[in-house]
Every structure is written in C-alpha cells, then in structure tokens.
Design a protein around this ligand. Structure first.
Ligand code: NDP
Length: 254
C-alpha cells in the first residue's frame, strides 16, 4: 500500500505528456486515478493500460475543455466513471493539468485565438474547481500546473504566460478559503519539458538552447514534474498551501 492508497485523484489532460506521468505516479502511490482527456481516446486508453500493467487502478473519461458547459460535462463523466468502476463518489486530489500553448508574439495573436486559449487554460480550471468543491473531501489537494514563464519573461508566448499567471493568482486567492477544510491549493511550475506541446524540441539547436536554461543542462522529463506533484499531493505537504513550486530545473537562476 502506497501513501495515497484509499485516495481518488482526477488529472485533467492525464492521457499524455506531463499529465500522463502524474497519473502514473499517483497510481503507483496507490490512488485510483481518473485519467481525463479531450480528443485522443487511444492515448487515454494507453495511459490506463500502463497504470493497470503496473498494478494500479485507473479509468479514462472524456470531456473537451474550452467549450460552454465543459466543467459540468467533465464532472458528469467523472461521477459516471467512478460509479461504473464501483468506487465511492468524491475525490481527494484534483490536478488541473490540461492546457494548450500559443507560440505567438503579441502582434500575431487574434482575438479568437486569445479567447480559446483563456477558455481552456483559465476558465476551464476555474469552473472545474468551482464545481469540484462539493466532491472534494476534507484534507484534499488542488494542484494547478502553472509554468516557469509566469516568472521568466518569454515574449514569444505572452498570452500563454498570462493564462498561467491567472492560475497562479487563483491558487493564492483560493488557499485561505479552503484552509478550514484542510484542503491545500498549490501551483507546480514546470520549465521546458519534453512533450508533444513543444514540437520544436525535435530541432537539436532548439533543444540544446532550452536545455542550457537549466542549471542541469537538460530538458525536463514529465516524471521530473510528476514527482513534485506527488509530494504536494501527499500528507507530507499538508503544511504547504497557496504556494508556487518551481519545477524548472533551476531555469535562468544563474
Ligand atoms: P501535452 O500537449 O503533451 O498534453 C496535453 C494534455 O491536455 C493531453 O492529455 C490533452 O488531451 C489535454 N488537453 C489539451 N487540450 C484539451 C482540451 N481542449 N480539452 C480537454 N483536454 C485537453 O501537454 P504537456 O504535457 O506538455 O502540458 C501539460 C501542462 O503543463 C499544460 O498545462 C502546460 O501548459 C503545462 N506546461 C508544459 C510545459 C512543457 O514544456 N511541456 C512547460 C510548462 C508548463 P487530448 O489530446 O485528448 O485533448
């Protein structure tokens, strides 16, 4: 039995990239993991199969984020998935990880792109949290996946950086409200991490340049982030709330 046994976790965007690594790690600690995804069913099924092959418990649920009624649809799918799994209703750990990027400078961003970016990265987690609070048990965890770019200027992704800044502010603003219930709210901020969100990392010069921003001179692996999330999700982090945890590999510190 792991330190999360008996707990239920929901990882948005848990099917691929950083979210998949988080799902695998929380499941390895004993949590039942609801692996959320938006479009690619086979990736979600693969994540669940990987968890089960390692002896863990998981199920997949689909809900597209960034569209009207998204949070409600997500929670309906979550409730249905739990009951079909034969598990108790409710959850202990909510990881708001699903997100998209927009690699454009301010001059190139259309109003439509801006609205979609904010709908997925900001509005969706806000209402997922709002509608999840009744399901989240006392002493639970809310973990928002932010980014190093809320503290490191990157003009080529300014609108994206703003969405993560909004998530950081929500993290801070919500923590006092949920303290009475023992629920912690924290943000974990990855740096450049090797996933499909960063197709340019396939270009060796880009990869090397990004790697050089870390004191460890490498790109992050999804598991580097998942291990930090697992700590925040555990009882060991019960006295940490309203915080922004750097998981950038010491990017740009010297
Ligand atoms: P990936 O693109 O690899 O994975 C994204 C995940 O989110 C997938 O599971 C995807 O599922 C889901 N998702 C995306 N859009 C939607 C949507 N509209 N509705 C529902 N689900 C959706 O991304 P990463 O793993 O790289 O990123 C995860 C988080 O980490 C994001 O919030 C990102 O901003 C953040 N981050 C990433 C960094 C990096 O360098 N990789 C650096 C800093 C932060 P599906 O495809 O099925 O829709």
């Amino acid at each position: 039995t792991g330190r999360l046994s008996g707990r239920t976790a929901l990882v948005t965007g848990g099917s691929r990239g950083i979210g998949r690594a988080i799902s695998l790690r929380l499941a390895a600690e004993g949590a039942l993991v609801a692996v959320h995804y938006g479009h690619r069913t086979e990736a979600a099924e693969e994540a669940v199969a990987e968890i089960e092959a390692a002896g863990g418990r998981a199920f997949a649920l689909r809900a597209e984020l960034g569209v009207p009624g998204d949070a409600e649809a997500l929670w309906a799918a979550f409730d249905k998935g739990l009951s079909e799994y034969g598990a108790e209703p409710g959850l202990d750990i909510l990881v708001n990880n699903a997100g998209v990027t927009l690699p454009k400078r301010i001059g190139d961003v259309s109003e439509e792109e801006y609205d979609r970016l904010f709908a997925i990265n900001v509005k969706a987690p806000f209402f997922v949290i709002q509608q999840g609070l009744g399901r989240l048990r006392d002493n639970g965890r809310i973990i928002n996946i932010s980014s190093g770019v809320t503290r490191i200027a990157m003009p080529n992704i300014s609108a994206y950086s703003m969405t993560k800044g909004a998530l950081d502010t929500l993290t801070l603003a919500l923590a006092p409200e949920l303290g009475a219930r023992g629920i912690t709210v924290n943000a974990v901020a990855p740096g450049f991490t090797y996933t499909e969100i960063n197709p340019t990392l396939k270009v060796p010069e880009v990869l090397n340049a990004y790697a050089a921003t870390s004191v460890f001179n490498r790109i992050g692996r999804p598991s580097d982030i998942a291990d930090v999330v697992a700590f925040v999700a555990s009882d060991d982090a019960r006295w940490v709330t309203g915080q922004w945890l750097d998981a950038t590999g010491g990017a740009h510190i010297g």
